[in-house]
Design a protein around this ligand. Sequence first.
Ligand SMILES: Cc1ncc(COP(=O)(O)O)c(C=O)c1O
Length: 435
Amino acid sequence: MPTATRFDLKQSDIPTHWYNILPDYPEPLPPPLHPGTKKPAGLSDMTAIFPENLVLQEMSGEAQIEIPEPVREVYSLWRPTPLLRAVRLERALQTPAHIYYKYEGVSPAGSHKPNTAVPQAYYNKLAGTKRLATETGAGQWGASLAMACKIFGMECVVYMVKVSYHQKPYRKMMMQTWGATVHPSPSDHTAFGRKVLKETPDTPGSLGIAISEAIEDTVHTPNTKYALGSVLNHVCMHQTVIGLEAIKQMELAGEFPDVVIGCVGGGSNFAGIGFPFAELKMKHGKKLRILAVEPDACASLTKGELRYDFGDTGQTTPLMMMHTLGADFIPPKIHAGGLRYHGMAPTVSHLLKLGVIEAKAYGQTKVFEAAMQFAQTEGIIPAPEPAHAIRAAIDEAIQAREEGKKKVILFNLCGHGMLDLTSYEAFLGGTLADV
Ligand SMILES: Cc1ncc(COP(=O)(O)O)c(C=O)c1O
């Protein structure tokens, strides 16, 4: 019998509920604060830009939140996603470790982002929103929201970080194919964008700037709400379908991970794979490590401070207790555009503070070496963001070899890199450097 390498679930196994980590923390999560009063932000502070149904979800203390049937129906276009064992990579590394990966690149947009784009569009539609405004880094989130808006019949406008707009033109075309309007950020469509352009005409842009532009657009355009692709509690919660499926699939494989790994930008895919395992660790005493991997060039968890900070550069969002490099930090132009965010989800930051998770950072050349090794053994060309998780998974497997220990490793391959090939071209041409 060949070694089993693929562990599939049926459509009926798509989770019926998302897992909300908030009630399970041993210490409560510090609340977001109103930027003016510095008092905990209330419902009315948030409903200027988000629909009430999503704000209630953001603050919910329920551990299980039912996934509406129309959302599960759209999920079934690509969920449940496969869980695979990377046996060829294991052989190449000559490691006794077993390496598993959950593959979210099978979604229509090519990443995990539709897991939250679809419910966000659905709840906005229920609330009567006609148009959604958002930011995007590498374009994965913007493409996902463009698709979800089209499915539920809403307009979508996307402020795409300028460096990615030029590095990743095909994602812009995907958004346009799904009917969205896309502006390179900073843009001259908003007062904040114009201010940044005036002060720093050559800026590569950043997620923090693009968020400010999307919020300004929301506040000034009728029937428009704002949607965020990461960071917030409800966004991280929507992603938990990943980990909930993975737990069942690891049972099919007859193993339990010693270490679960995810890359972190704003924290959502890491939350997706990690939070359901964190529940097993915090509430059921399961022994495992949960590892967040970030770029050296934008290392909020390993180099940032844990403090209240703004989610955007224009300082318009509520203050969140999070690991941050400062709301005005402009990350270097690394190819993992989705990881160029100054802050980290409060829910992820809190887990690091409580010692439930660990964090590690890598420079992009070592990350691309790992991405190449994965592509050449397993076939899938990973997006630069999850290549950070692959780097850490490979290093864990090498350590297992050196120690002569069996180890079960699970990582989230949260997107394919078919539209990131210019990054591979730079790596192959020797022009990709650590910054
Ligand atoms: C493929 C991919 N992975 C990871 C991320 C980082 O975001 P998050 O930390 O919310 O998963 C992005 C963001 O755009 C992305 O496109």
